[in-house]
Design a protein around this ligand. Structure first.
Ligand SMILES: Cc1cc2nc3c(=O)[nH]c(=O)nc-3n(C[C@H](O)[C@H](O)[C@H](O)COP(=O)(O)OP(=O)(O)OC[C@H]3O[C@@H](n4cnc5c(N)ncnc54)[C@H](O)[C@@H]3O)c2cc1C
Length: 499
């Protein structure tokens, strides 16, 4: 293979998880790989921000589905532990349903069964059954669906896929599927909330996403010591060891095409001649802003019909005190989910009583803060179709902080030393996101597998795509898999003299 790849110039757009990991894989095959990144640092959505001794992960904070990371490093004869250290969290997280109404989900399933017994008759037994089915779906999804690419309906007509596909309950909605198992509102919320973090909602996402309950409760929640930035650094090191060149502060402005072949990348720093391009920046931006209209595989009307995943109202706080009532991961689940998901997806509105995710990673990792202090990030998922501006941000911040203080019975507003708030505008400006989305493309049945934008352009032979808009979808482990699928397609095309 080296003969066909050696010296061929591949440009990867974007130094997020997908861009860095696919660049490493491509360089291993002998390609001459350069990553072009508009920002001054790697990580993309998983960017790190440091201020006054506090180290903030601006994006992901849940390290899950470890086999995707193991699988990446294994291809280089390495292990993640060669690059960063992880710990398993116990408890997994605390859930607040209201004031004086909280519970902890533990790493010990027996304790979780006992907890579910307090929600309803046979609650523990019901959880056991739910998780067994969730595990079965996960095993099928990982074994048959995630590491496989889809180009046409024919790819879905494979006999094994059809038989296994039925076991995935893709035609049932998650909320209805969950109702069959549980009567209690608390139980239902605990096994369903995960879908919101892959940009979906229980009433619209297929029941297969209940597999995330298995990922959470059985496979466990891990944390990379030093923060998510250490994983980014680890994968960047891996890429550099393979000879990948990374250019920061280099924004791609245009891709020039001749005879259905992308020939040149125009950036703010100059022009680059390319043999192959892999775009891992947001798909909409890659098509609508970087290509002439006639070369776009998906026109504007395609995007208008897509369900775009939520944006996020994010608060980063450095606190001059230690906190007692928080775990590393904490949630507030608001009572009216129908209304909240309606405000997120169907009737965009700033929610007055949203669900809230609060992470205090300094509980596990003192290296993130100066001694005696605590670091808190608060995330509220909000619709991408909202106006975000400074005048709105401050009062919304006040409301959220007041709510968190009330719920937890712990006052911390007066101890804030470092504060930053971001929302839609940040995602637009920093990542060229469509409608300020934090998470890309939502996961609905018709935005899954074949129905996500493809890993290769329909119009330009040497232009490929990967990242959270493509199959398998949203979340760090699966964007790494998406990069791997694009890498495999490129190799295949090179081997078959298609490109
Ligand atoms: C707040 C938040 C919390 C999250 N929490 C979790 C979590 O706990 N666990 C989890 O697994 N996932 C989580 N996710 C999702 C996860 O972070 C993403 O799915 C994943 O990081 C996306 O990676 P990517 O490489 O596809 O895209 P990105 O990370 O967006 O990378 C794309 C890169 O392309 C660059 N780019 C864009 N346009 C250009 C251009 N014209 N020229 C050059 N470069 C360009 C961008 O700057 C960016 O660096 C979270 C996301 C957010 C926002």
């Amino acid at each position: 293979m080296m003969n066909e790849t050696k010296g061929r110039k591949i440009y990867v757009i974007g130094a997020g998880f997908c861009g860095l990991s696919s660049a490493a894989l491509l360089a291993k095959e002998g390609f001459d790989v350069t990553v072009l990144e508009k920002n001054d640092r790697p990580g993309g959505r998983a960017m790190v921000w440091k201020k006054d001794g506090f180290t903030f992960d601006m994006g992901p904070s849940w390290y899950m589905m470890l086999e995707a990371f193991d699988n990446l490093f294994e291809q280089f004869g390495k292990k993640p532990e060669d690059y960063y250290e992880t710990i398993r969290l116990n408890p997994h997280y605390r859930v607040f349903f209201g004031k004086n109404d909280s519970l902890d989900i533990m790493d010990d399933m027996q304790k979780n069964y006992e907890l579910f017994d307090t929600f309803e008759k046979d609650g523990g037994e019901k959880l056991k059954k739910f998780i067994e089915s969730s595990q079965q779906m996960y095993d099928i999804a990982v074994g048959e669906f995630l590491y496989r690419d889809y180009w046409s309906v024919r790819d879905l007509l494979d006999k094994t896929l059809i038989i296994d596909g039925l076991k995935l309950h893709i035609f049932k909605k998650l909320n209805k599927y969950t109702k069959k198992f549980f009567d209690s509102d608390k139980a239902r919320k605990i096994v369903q909330y995960h879908v919101a973090f892959v940009g979906a909602s229980p009433p619209t996402s297929p029941a297969v996403y209940s597999m995330l309950a298995h990922v959470d409760m059985n496979l466990g929640i891990y944390y990379p010591m030093g923060g998510f930035g250490t994983i980014v650094d680890g994968i960047m090191k891996l890429a550099k060891e393979q000879g990948v060149n990374i250019e920061f502060n280099t924004e791609v402005l245009n891709i020039e095409v001749e005879d259905e072949k992308a020939t040149k990348i125009i950036t703010n720093k100059g022009e680059y001649e390319a043999d192959i391009i892999l775009n891992t920046a947001d798909y909409h931006h890659g098509e609508m802003d970087l290509l002439e209209k006639k070369y776009r595989s998906y026109p504007e009307k395609y995007w208008k019909k897509r369900i775009i995943a939520p944006s996020a109202f994010l608060i980063y706080l450095g606190l001059n005190k230690k906190l007692n009532n928080f775990l590393h991961h904490n949630f507030y689940f608001n009572s009216d989910w129908d209304k909240y998901f309606d405000q997120l997806f169907d009737h965009p509105e700033w929610p007055e009583d949203p669900s809230i995710y609060i992470t205090v990673p300094s509980k596990s990792d003192p290296s993130l803060v100066p001694s005696g202090k605590e670091l808190m990030t608060i995330l509220v998922l909000v619709s991408p179709n909202l106006e975000d501006n400074e005048t709105h941000r401050e009062p919304y911040f006040d409301d959220i902080i007041q709510k968190v203080e009330e719920l937890t019975g712990e006052q911390f507003k007066d101890t804030i030393e470092v504060k930053r708030i971001v929302a839609h505008e940040h995602f637009n400006k920093t990542f060229n996101a469509y409608k300020g989305t934090a998470l890309g493309l939502a996961h609905t049945l018709f935005q899954t597998a074949l129905f996500r934008p493809h890993h290769k352009s329909d119009k330009i032979n040497n232009l490929y795509y990967a990242g959270h808009y493509t199959h398998p979808g949203v979340g760090v482990p699966v964007t790494i898999i998406s990069g791997q699928l694009a890498y495999e397609k490129i190799l295949d095309d090179v081997k078959n003299n298609i490109v």
